[in-house]
Design a protein around this ligand. Structure first.
Ligand SMILES: C[S@@+](CC[C@H](N)C(=O)[O-])C[C@H]1O[C@@H](n2cnc3c(N)ncnc32)[C@H](O)[C@@H]1O
Length: 347
C-alpha cells in the first residue's frame, strides 16, 4: 500500500512538474551528473584505446594484463576495477573476465570486433576537449585527422563510417529506387559501402567512389572484398573544388554536407547540378535539424562534433538544404525518411 501511495505521489509530482516546466528541463543534480559523464566515458575509451579487453582474453589478473600491455601495474588494476564497476568486465577472486558483450565486440579475433571503428570515438574525445577554444575562435582548433594525413585517424574514421553504413545502406538503396540509374557518383564515398549496396541491387549500374588519396585504397579493398569491382570504380578527388564530369543519373552525398559551411554546400550543389544528366537526381543523406536547431538532441550535438572537427561544418535544417538546392537550380525537392534523413531533388 505504502509503495502504491509513493508511486502515485511520484506520478503526480512528475505530472505537475511536467506541466510547470518544459519537458527537457533537468534538475541541478541531473545537470551535474551529466557534467561528470566524461568520467565513465573516459574509462571505457582508455580501455578500448589500450585494447584491455583483448588483453583480458579468457581471464587474466591485473598483473598479467599490465605485463601484456606494458602498462603500469597499479594504474592498470585501478582501471580494470573501474571497468568492472561499469559492468564492462567481471572480477572473480582477483581475476578479470570479459562479459558476453565485450567478448563479442571488443576482443580481437571475434567476428564482430568493433575496436577499429570505436577508435574513432577515442579520437573524438581529443577534439571535443578543445570545444571551449573552438567556441572562442569559431572553428576547429585541432585540424581534422583526414586533413592532417594521419593514417591511423583516417582508418578508424572510415571503419566507423563503414560500420554505420552497413546498417543503413540497403534501406537507403530501397528508398531511393535504382530503376533507370546507370551511372552513380558517390562523392566522399568513404569505404564505398553505399556504392557497393547500389551495385548489388542493380547489376547494370556503374558507380564511382570519389574520395581523398588516403581513403581511396580503403574503398578499393572493400569493393574488391564485396566482389563488385566490375561495377564500382574509385577516383581520387577533392569534393570542395573539383568539377565531377557529366551525365550522371544519380549523385549521392552521404554524410558530406555537415562537413561543409553553407557557401561550400551551395557551391558543391552547383557542381553536382552540372554533373547530372537532365532529370538526374541528387540524393543527400545527412542529419537534419528541426527548424529552431535544438532538436533532435543528437543532431544538435553532432553540430558540436562538426564545430570541433571541421573548419566550418555544422548540421542544418530542411529549409537550409532546400534554399541551397533551389539556388543551385534543382527542382522537385522531397524528403524521405527511411533510416535518418534523405533529401532528393532533380536536375
Ligand atoms: C563522414 S564521411 C562519409 C563517408 C560515406 N559517404 C558514408 O556515408 O559512409 C565523409 C567522407 O568525405 C571524405 N572527404 C572529406 N573531405 C574530402 C574532400 N575534400 N574531397 C573528397 N572527399 C573528402 C572523407 O574522406 C570521408 O570519406
Amino acid at each position: 500500500m505504502f509503495s502504491r501511495i509513493v508511486g502515485m505521489l511520484g506520478f503526480l509530482a512528475i505530472f505537475l512538474g511536467a506541466s510547470l516546466t518544459p519537458m527537457f528541463a533537468q534538475s541541478f543534480s541531473d545537470l551535474t551528473a551529466t557534467m561528470r559523464g566524461f568520467q565513465e566515458s573516459r574509462v571505457l575509451l582508455t580501455a578500448v584505446e589500450l585494447d584491455i579487453f583483448t588483453a583480458v582474453g579468457t581471464g587474466a589478473t591485473a598483473a598479467q594484463v599490465s605485463k601484456k600491455l606494458g602498462t603500469n601495474p597499479r594504474a592498470t588494476e585501478t582501471l580494470l576495477n573501474a571497468v568492472v564497476s561499469l559492468g564492462a568486465l567481471r572480477k572473480e577472486a582477483g581475476t578479470f573476465f570479459n562479459t558476453p558483450e565485450t567478448a563479442r565486440y571488443l576482443v580481437a579475433g571475434s567476428r564482430d570486433y568493433a575496436r577499429p571503428a570505436l577508435m574513432h570515438t577515442v579520437n573524438m574525445f581529443d577534439s571535443w576537449a578543445t570545444l571551449t577554444d573552438c567556441v572562442r575562435t569559431g572553428t576547429a582548433v585541432k585540424p581534422p585527422g583526414v586533413s592532417r594525413q594521419d593514417q591511423q585517424w583516417t582508418e578508424s574514421f572510415i571503419a566507423a563510417m563503414h560500420s554505420a553504413a552497413e546498417g543503413t545502406a540497403a534501406q537507403v538503396v530501397r528508398a531511393v529506387e535504382v530503376q533507370g540509374v546507370c551511372r552513380l557518383l558517390d562523392i566522399g564515398g568513404g569505404s564505398g559501402a553505399y556504392s557497393i549496396a547500389f551495385a548489388k541491387e542493380s547489376p547494370s549500374l556503374r558507380a564511382e567512389v570519389l574520395d581523398l588519396a588516403s581513403v581511396v585504397p580503403i574503398a578499393q579493398k572493400h569493393i574488391d572484398e564485396a566482389g563488385v569491382a566490375n561495377q564500382v570504380s574509385t577516383r581520387i578527388g577533392d569534393l570542395t573544388v573539383d568539377e565531377f564530369g557529366k551525365d550522371y543519373d544519380l549523385i549521392l552525398l552521404s554524410a558530406i554536407c555537415h562537413m561543409l559551411d553553407p557557401e561550400q554546400n551551395l557551391d558543391l550543389f552547383r557542381r553536382c547540378y552540372r554533373a547530372l544528366a537532365p532529370g538526374g537526381r541528387i540524393v543527400i543523406r545527412d542529419f537534419i535539424l528541426e527548424p529552431d536547431k535544438t532538436a533532435p538532441k543528437w543532431v544538435a550535438l553532432f553540430a558540436i562534433n562538426m564545430l570541433v572537427g571541421t573548419k566550418g561544418g555544422s548540421t542544418y535544417t530542411e529549409a537550409e538544404y532546400k534554399s541551397w538546392l533551389t539556388g543551385a537550380g534543382f527542382q522537385g525537392f522531397t524528403r524521405i525518411d527511411p533510416t535518418g534523413d534523405l533529401i532528393v531533388a532533380r536536375r
